[in-house]
Ligand binder design. Structure first.
Ligand SMILES: [Zn+2]
Length: 317
């Protein structure tokens, strides 16, 4: 089973899908919050930006209910889509949205096509799911089948246009500053909407913890410094509530403290306590319950793993 699944699936009972209501953030800027219910894989946050040529969607979630909520919030008119990275909780909805909107144009970094190609991360994950499904317990199998169904539509997940370097560009008539990082997945886009000062950070900023399944921690510190240099008014994280600039800086301070704690070889539980003390105001009970387990896992597999393991995602993706 992949790292992605080990970290995220804590229980096997399927909870009902609860899709949070769309939230207007500014004129022509709408957040469709993601979710992370027990027994399900997460959906990332989605952001809709209304350009002169229609709605641009940033990240499509994983589950059908999330993609439906996004499409409804755009009045059924999603013109263009940009994926911040290839994790399925930000990419999976592409397939259904394409089926509903022929001609939908999709932008992403080259890392998406690489992950989906033969022997890329997602293609290996697809084969692992296929192999494990026959012997999986019923609840677990249902969760696995969702991802396998998405990965069997790989062509519909791929972008039409690749963004390889930082650029100012216009998509659907909305002007954007796009940054390209490698910290979380080998190809992570952040998107600054120049009109509203809203920055979509993808999984470079997440709660309840930083998701480090395919992360390069040193590159992550640098990426956050570049985001901090942008003149944004509000930041939409990949998972969790919208942040002001001051709140982002608090989150970033927690991230730095967490990495410093790990580098000093302190106990994972002590470092988790440091992290919680910085971000506790954002955590609900479910998030609080997940912090120690998720960070403990990331300490073992990455942050305090053998030296040759710690930067294994830092090579070219
Ligand atoms: Zn995510």
């Amino acid at each position: 089973m992949t790292v992605l699944r080990r970290a995220w699936v804590a229980t096997v009972c399927l909870a009902a899908a609860a899709t949070a209501a769309a939230q207007p953030l500014a004129p022509g800027v709408v957040l469709v919050p993601g979710g992370f219910e027990a027994g399900r894989q997460p959906d990332g946050n989605s952001l809709l930006l209304q350009g002169s040529e229609g709605w641009l969607l940033i990240d499509s979630g994983r589950h059908r209910a999330h993609a439906e909520a996004v499409r409804a919030a755009a009045g059924g008119q999603v013109r263009a889509l940009l994926n911040t990275h290839w994790h399925l909780d930000h990419l999976g909805g592409n397939a259904w949205l394409r089926s509903q909107s022929p001609g939908l144009e999709v932008w992403a970094s080259p890392a998406v096509a690489k992950a989906l190609a033969g022997d890329g991360w997602l293609d290996r994950y697809r084969r692992q799911l296929q192999a494990a499904l026959p012997t999986a317990a019923a609840g677990q199998a249902a969760v696995m089948r969702i991802d396998l169904d998405l990965l069997n539509q790989a062509a519909a997940l791929r972008p039409d246009h690749e963004i390889e370097t930082a650029a100012t560009l216009s998509i659907a008539g909305r002007r954007l500053q796009v940054g390209v990082e490698t910290a979380v997945s080998g190809g992570d886009l952040w998107v600054m909407d120049l009109e509203s000062g809203t920055l979509a950070a993808g999984d470079l900023v997440t709660l309840p913890v930083p998701f480090m399944d395919t992360a390069c921690p040193p590159a992550w510190r640098e990426a956050l410094a570049r985001i901090a240099a942008q003149p944004f008014k509000r930041l939409v994280p990949g998972h969790g509530p919208v942040m002001s600039r001051a709140e982002f800086e608090r989150w970033r301070g927690g991230f730095e403290a967490l990495l410093d704690c790990a580098d000093q070889c302190l106990h994972p539980a002590a470092c988790a306590a440091v992290w919680r003390s910085r971000v506790d105001t954002w955590l609900d009970d479910a998030g609080r319950a997940r912090v120690n387990g998720m960070l403990g896992y990331y300490f073992k597999t990455l942050l305090q793993a053998a030296p040759e393991q710690r930067e294994r995602f830092c090579a070219s993706p």
